[in-house]
Design a protein around this ligand. Structure first.
Ligand code: SF4
Length: 204
């Protein structure tokens, strides 16, 4: 194998860096495209009914991270009813913040760390214990009633929409009555020296 010259190595390194930064720049586009495709797919499945059944492997991959649709047929059928119910909530304006994740936001499998923290009075550490209030509040069919666990943990839907990043704000905590999470206090930074000097200047 021939060795490249230092010049070539530098150029390759720069290309690599340029490639990485371009990929990073395009990530929000990728996330938005993924969400738009999902929303279009859900619309297609809900309105055609048969379309969702014919594409069942895709539906179970989206909601359960599993192409084996026969393992999830019961909750998938209930998702039809859930889809229409949630649409009704949206039309009535009750669930406005359930779907307020921006299209270009990164997917998350856990709450955004600098936004939330576990309530010091919560006794179960990072786990939810016996609680499943948030899932029950919206009668989520993906909640496994036997185990009390989410059947779609870390699936596409979980990561790209509200579940993985729950809670994102105080309204969500209040809506679901979540006893585990609290929003972190936003501390106002002390004024900088430059800002103080500027504010001490007399008005022109
Ligand atoms: S309401 Fe809070 S504590 Fe209860 S299951 Fe949901 S996230 Fe966990």
């Amino acid at each position: 194998m021939s060795r490249s010259s230092p010049f070539e190595q530098t150029e390759t390194g720069r290309d690599h860096e340029r490639g990485l930064s371009l990929a990073e720049t395009l990530l929000p586009v990728k996330w938005a495209a993924a969400r738009v495709l999902f929303i279009l797919y859900i619309g297609f499945a809900l309105f055609t009914v048969v379309g969702g059944i014919l594409t069942a492997p895709l539906a179970t991959w989206y909601f359960f991270g599993d192409w084996r649709f026969w393992r999830h047929w019961r909750p998938v059928l209930r998702l039809y009813g859930q889809g229409w119910r949630v649409l009704g909530l949206m039309v009535r304006g009750e669930s406005g913040f359930m779907f307020d994740v921006p299209l270009t936001a990164p997917p998350y499998s856990a709450p955004v760390p600098n936004l939330t923290e576990i309530n010091p009075e919560w006794a179960h550490g990072s786990a939810c214990g016996e609680c499943s209030r948030c899932c029950e509040k919206i009668h989520c069919p993906i909640l496994d009633q036997d185990t009390g666990f989410c059947g779609g943990y870390d699936s596409f839907y979980w990561r790209y929409f509200n579940c993985g990043r729950f809670p994102s704000n105080q309204r969500e905590i209040d809506y679901y009555g979540c006893p585990k999470w609290v929003m972190k206090e936003v501390r106002v930074a002390p004024p900088t020296l430059e800002a103080k000097v500027a504010s001490d200047r007399p008005c022109p």
